[in-house]
Design a protein around this ligand. Structure first.
Ligand code: DQA
Length: 152
């Protein structure tokens, strides 16, 4: 069975208690369980990783690039949190492991929020973007990656 990686960046470990009006009441553990179930339904094993540290996320992307090259991994669903708006290093990491498909996900509609959230360093390197669907965005991204993998 091929694998799909769910990567969550800084502060997403606080899901469920962090600004529930913006991010909802679902915890990271519940979100990850849902992603695993969605993957299973589509015949994919799902691995989940969350970090508050930029370098740890970059290491995961590099490793994902190697695993995509061997055919083990179909791609990455990535919510980079606030690093979205600051990190040239994440852009470079994703560019550096092309053609690994990385789908950028945001729970909230970042374009309807503060101006500093309107720019993403990650988007130009992403294979696709899902924004503003709450945690359902992860399922949509998983389905998109599964469709791409099936068509490849
Ligand atoms: C977020 C949006 C970012 O602006 C914010 O810093 C986050 C979460 C989202 O999922 O809506 O941490 O990526």
């Amino acid at each position: 069975m091929k694998t799909l990686l769910i990567l969550n960046g800084p502060n997403l470990n606080l899901l469920g208690t962090r600004e529930p009006a913006v991010y909802g009441a679902t915890t990271l553990a519940d979100l990850q369980a849902r992603c695993e179930a969605d993957g299973q339904r589509l015949g994919l094993a799902v691995e989940c990783f969350q970090s508050n540290h930029e370098g740890a996320l970059i290491d995961q992307i590099h490793e994902a690039g190697r695993r995509f090259a061997t055919g083990e991994l179909v791609g990455v669903v990535f919510n980079p949190g606030a690093f979205t708006h600051t990190s040239v290093a994440l852009f470079d990491a994703i560019q550096g492991v092309k053609p690994l498909p990385v789908i950028e996900v945001h729970i909230s509609n970042v374009h309807a929020r503060e101006p500093f959230r309107h720019h993403s360093y990650v988007s130009p390197a992403a294979a696709g973007i899902v924004v503003g669907f709450g945690i359902d965005g992860y399922r949509l991204a998983i389905e998109g990656l599964a469709c791409q993998a099936a068509a490849a």
